[in-house]
Design a protein around this ligand. Structure first.
Ligand SMILES: *Cc1c(COP(=O)(O)O)cnc(C)c1O
Length: 394
């Protein structure tokens, strides 16, 4: 067998991430690699931190990308903020909350779970009740945008409740950053992490994080050493910190950081409020078409994420057959259900550069056509008419 250069077929990515990568970002990735301590590179890192503060809506000096995917952002928060024996309240309403609980266990903490149904937001009253029952808890963790279900939780309220009980907060904003309001300073969030391949339209592999001084104080005053050398913020800051004496910790993923710089520049050029509004407009148009096709959302309207549209699979339609036809006939990827929703739902992402009117119309056409091929009776003309009408009103 002769192995040749790898040239993948281009797809339209409308799943739970990665999303379509903007061509300007792909071009940025191919620029010349320079040293990670080169003064040019160090100047770019400062711009990158500034652009990340814009995206997170924060002034936190410790705002930087961890050199690994979103999951490493999650681990950075737990590894630095949980000490053996700490009691941590973890809100679980989908897959990613479950991973937070696993992180607590692996960092030696004790997790107390606040459980909500998949497809619903975290219930603030349940958090309040749990904190009252566990006055020794010092940390609350929750997922702002649960990608496994498409539900958005009320981050501001959950953080307020946590602070009223003397707890710091860890907030997962992997799917929300860039797609709907994330207000790190206005929420008074203590530690947040995100990813690059969802609403930032970038390639996977980096995890932007932001830590408030309150959280850093806890990191500095730990009684025990952080078990992870790679994720120990005290060490990482020798490279990413603001002092002029940057020293080697690990080799930064240089070209990947060019990509993130370009992605954040695109966000700033569009304007973050405009990006949020675009995600909302395209979601409403997709929804108009999907509802005509009889596909219903599993999340109540007031708790829905515009970037993650989770709909029930119609009776008698086989999940894998539909997704396979979409991929092979239309080069269109949509997401399957995860965990307890496997086989029951599709997750249609409208994230970042994927959130465009032409993708909305393409997805409705392709999905409607495949459903009709498989025997569902879908009024494709009416679905497209409703989507067009929604886009026209915007
Ligand atoms: C995608 C995702 C993650 C994990 O990010 P990776 O880049 O896949 O490691 C964590 N939390 C949420 C809510 C996500 O959607």
């Amino acid at each position: 067998m002769t192995i040749r250069s790898f040239h993948p077929q281009v797809r339209t990515l409308m799943g739970p991430g990665p999303a379509d990568v903007h061509p300007r970002i792909l071009e940025a990735l191919s620029r010349p690699t320079i040293g990670h301590l080169d003064p040019q590179f160090v100047a770019m890192m400062e711009e990158l931190k500034e652009l990340l503060r814009y995206a997170f809506r924060t002034q936190n000096p410790l705002t930087m990308p961890v050199s690994a995917p979103g999951s490493a952002g999650m681990e950075t928060c737990f590894a630095n903020l949980v000490e053996p024996g700490d009691k941590v309240i973890v809100c679980i309403n989908g897959v990613f909350g479950g991973r937070m609980k696993e992180n607590v266990a692996r960092t030696g903490g004790t997790a107390v779970v606040v459980s909500d149904p998949w497809g619903r937001a975290v219930d603030p009253q349940k958090l309040e009740d749990t904190l009252k029952a566990h006055p020794d808890a010092r940390l609350v963790a929750f997922v702002h945008a649960e990608t496994s279900t498409g539900a958005r939780s009320d981050a501001k309220t959950l953080i307020e409740i946590a602070h009223a009980h003397d707890c710091l907060t860890i907030v997962d904003t992997v799917t929300s950053l860039g797609g709907c309001p994330v207000e790190v300073d206005a929420w008074e969030a203590d530690a947040v992490y995100a990813g690059t391949q969802k609403c930032l339209s970038c390639t996977p592999g980096l995890a932007p994080i932001s830590f408030h001084e309150r959280a850093l104080e806890k990191v500095r005053n730990r009684k025990t050493k952080i078990q992870s050398w790679f994720l120990d913020l005290n060490l990482v800051m020798s490279y990413w910190g603001s002092n002029q004496q940057r020293s080697y910790h690990h080799t930064a993923p240089i070209n990947a950081l060019y990509g993130l710089h370009e992605a954040l520049l695109l966000l700033q050029e569009e304007g973050i409020e405009q990006a949020w509004a675009r995600h909302e407009r395209n979601h409403l148009a997709l929804r108009a078409g999907l509802e005509v096709m009889g596909l219903s959302f599993i999340v109540p309207e007031s708790e829905r994420l515009p970037q993650m549209n989770t709909v029930s699979i119609p009776e008698g339609i086989e999940d894998a057959a539909v997704r396979s036809r979409l991929l092979h006939q239309y080069n269109l990827e949509i997401g399957a259900g995860l965990g307890e929703l496997a086989g029951k739902v599709w997750r249609i992402g409208l994230m970042g550069y994927s959130s465009r009117p032409e993708n909305v119309l393409f997805c409705i056409s392709a999905l409607g056509s495949v459903l009709n091929d498989l025997g569902a009776k879908v009024d494709l003309n009416e679905a497209l008419a409703q989507a067009h009408a929604a886009l026209g009103q915007a």
